[in-house]
Design a protein around this ligand. Structure first.
Ligand SMILES: Nc1nc2c(ncn2[C@@H]2O[C@H](COP(=O)(O)OP(=O)(O)OP(=O)(O)O)[C@@H](O)[C@H]2O)c(=O)[nH]1
Length: 282
């Protein structure tokens, strides 16, 4: 995500760099309509529209303050802590489930990985292969089984195994997007039957390169399932990353982790200061 900001500043500057089209620049940086509008008004009210270096510094400050606050931690609890991963296909959900299992396993947590995607056999096989590689417990259902029942069974097994953590991967592709959301919501309700606190975390896994579309995905999933955070993947590629701030501004949802590659180790805790520095070019 490094390096794009300077290019956009050049693209949207005129008059020897004195005049910047802030609105176009911020929109192209994927900050979304609402945040772009607010930041542009702020620069105008503070007389910074024609002062590019000061304007940029002011935006930097504002992004820091939007993103301030510690990301939610996976705390200890008597029953397994449950992380439910939702999102559309290709976002990197399955890979991220494996990365999380690997990370928490390394911290000494006993992890159960569950594939609550009984629609796409390949997704289940992919997660099973990861689980074998990591050496973590794995639960899946038969093709066509009710994904909520897989989640229910996985929770029972996690309890039996005295697991610290249950990570549930869900389907990314169904006949319609509405079905996808309804199914995720059903899995959520089903887990709550086993433990009213569960799922403790509902994280949307979203591809960072889809730009402002990530904001609409987050809006829809939040409405249907109730999210507690985001994992933004593929920030190692062409993503500009502005949607991380846009989603926090508009929905109040923090980004918890970022994906920076395809390997198990390529998942980092979101760090707001570092993000803001990299956003402006590192
Ligand atoms: N460069 C990069 N690639 C990633 C990252 N996370 C996932 N990927 C890749 O993105 C592709 C899709 O990832 P999956 O995990 O299969 O996607 P999914 O969302 O689970 O898709 P469904 O199983 O269909 O729901 C794979 O090729 C991953 O290796 C990341 O942070 N960076």
């Amino acid at each position: 995500m490094k390096g794009f900001w300077r290019k956009l500043v050049e693209k949207f500057s005129a008059g020897g760099g004195e005049r910047v089209d802030w609105e176009a620049l911020l929109l192209e940086a994927d900050l979304g309509l609402a945040l772009t509008g607010r930041l542009t008004r702020m620069l105008s009210e503070e007389g910074l529209l024609r002062k590019p270096p000061e304007g940029e510094e002011r935006i930097r400050q504002e992004l820091r303050s939007i993103l301030a606050g510690d990301p939610p931690k996976v705390a200890h609890s008597e029953k397994p802590v449950v992380i439910l991963l939702v999102g559309v296909n290709g976002g990197g959900k399955t890979t991220t489930a494996a990365k999380l299992a690997f990370r928490y396993g390394k911290e000494g947590k006993r992890v159960v990985l569950a594939a609550a995607d009984t629609f796409r056999a390949a997704a289940v096989e992919q997660l099973e292969a990861w689980a074998r590689r990591i050496g973590t417990l794995f639960v899946a259902g038969n093709p066509g089984a009710d994904p909520a029942s897989v989640a229910y069974r996985a929770h029972a097994q996690a309890e039996e195994e005295k697991a610290d953590l249950l990570i549930v991967d869900t389907a990314g592709r169904l006949a319609t997007k509405n079905n996808l959301m309804l199914e995720a919501a059903k899995i959520r309700r089903t887990l709550a039957k086993r433990d009213p606190q569960a799922p403790h975390h509902v994280w949307l896994v979203v591809d960072g390169t889809v730009g402002s579309n990530a904001l609409s995905q987050a809006t829809e999933f939040h409405r249907a399932v109730g999210l507690s955070g985001l994992i933004v993947t593929k920030l190692d590629g062409s993503a500009k990353g502005g949607m991380i701030a846009a989603v926090k501004e508009e929905l109040g949802l923090p980004t918890v982790f970022v994906g920076i590659g395809e390997k198990l180790e390529d998942l980092e805790e979101f760090d707001a200061d570092r993000y803001v520095d990299e956003f402006f070019g590192g």
